[in-house]
Design a protein around this ligand. Sequence first.
Ligand code: C2E
Ligand code: CA
Ligand code: CA
Ligand code: CA
Length: 274
Amino acid sequence: AKAAGGDRFVFYTREMTDRAETRLRLESGLREAVASRAFELVYQPKIEAAGGRLTGFEALIRWRHEGTAVSPADFIPVAEDTGLIIEIGRWVLEEACRTATRWALDHGPVPVAVNVSARQLADPGFARLVEQVLQRHGTPPNLLELEITETVIMKDVRHHLPTLNRLRDLGVRIAIDDFGTGYSSLAYLRQLPVDVLKIDRSFVNDLPHAPDIASTVIALAQRLLLSTVAEGVETAEQRHWLAEAGCDCLQGYLISRPLAAEAAEAMVMTAFAR
Ligand code: C2E
Ligand code: CA
Ligand code: CA
Ligand code: CA
């Protein structure tokens, strides 16, 4: 520490200490949460753009820590860094499969999508884990969809390809999340065993005034026989534009916020009631 600029030094040090402390608290809280299973899944519906029929749900993790909800955008990166994501991810997978199976038995089959992080996908045991979880819960594989962000897949396509192929062979559906935000090599995209492109919310947000990216993704998906889901649909104008443009499915606050399991189940029940 230098005497000159001492004030600044102290200021920065304190700020860094605060940040490090926050981070440590988060980390130890997360460890406890993993041990005590203090997480919950909420389920956001997806519907057909043409017609509005329920087509599935995305499972999103929730964590209440010291009385407040911590955003997954804040704690998932910490879970990634610490490796805790492996155990958290396993719990998410188990819980989503258990739920999808129960809904299928009680009401009817509705796929549930689970977010997969970089570290989970890179784990050599990941495909085997998915297989075991499906077996353990008697889950028909087509009820499970895995959402992997474009950045994660494309960062090391050749490394991930065997895992993706194994997952596809199990009969699990694969979606590329946040599509359009990374760099997809078109050559790779054609070779990848994927079923769904999820148009990133930022491009949906641009609708209807700046539709270039959304149009391009929909055209590309149609060309490659992939289905499209628009995420973050918030306005009737966006919904209308997407339906007209031939986007297959919609997800977003306009349709529904993520729901607690019971409320999501009520939607499933309604969808199959007649
Ligand atoms: P994501 O996978 O892109 O999920 C979409 C996020 O957008 C969710 O935030 C969802 O609640 C939110 N959202 C949905 N519709 C709208 C809308 O119309 N407008 C706006 N502004 N937002 C909308 P959430 O639940 O906070 O999750 C944030 C991110 O955290 C997710 O982004 C995903 O990357 C990660 N995440 C969430 N759950 C899990 C999980 O179980 N495992 C892993 N690995 N990551 C997760
Ligand atoms: Ca997602
Ligand atoms: Ca997304
Ligand atoms: Ca996102």
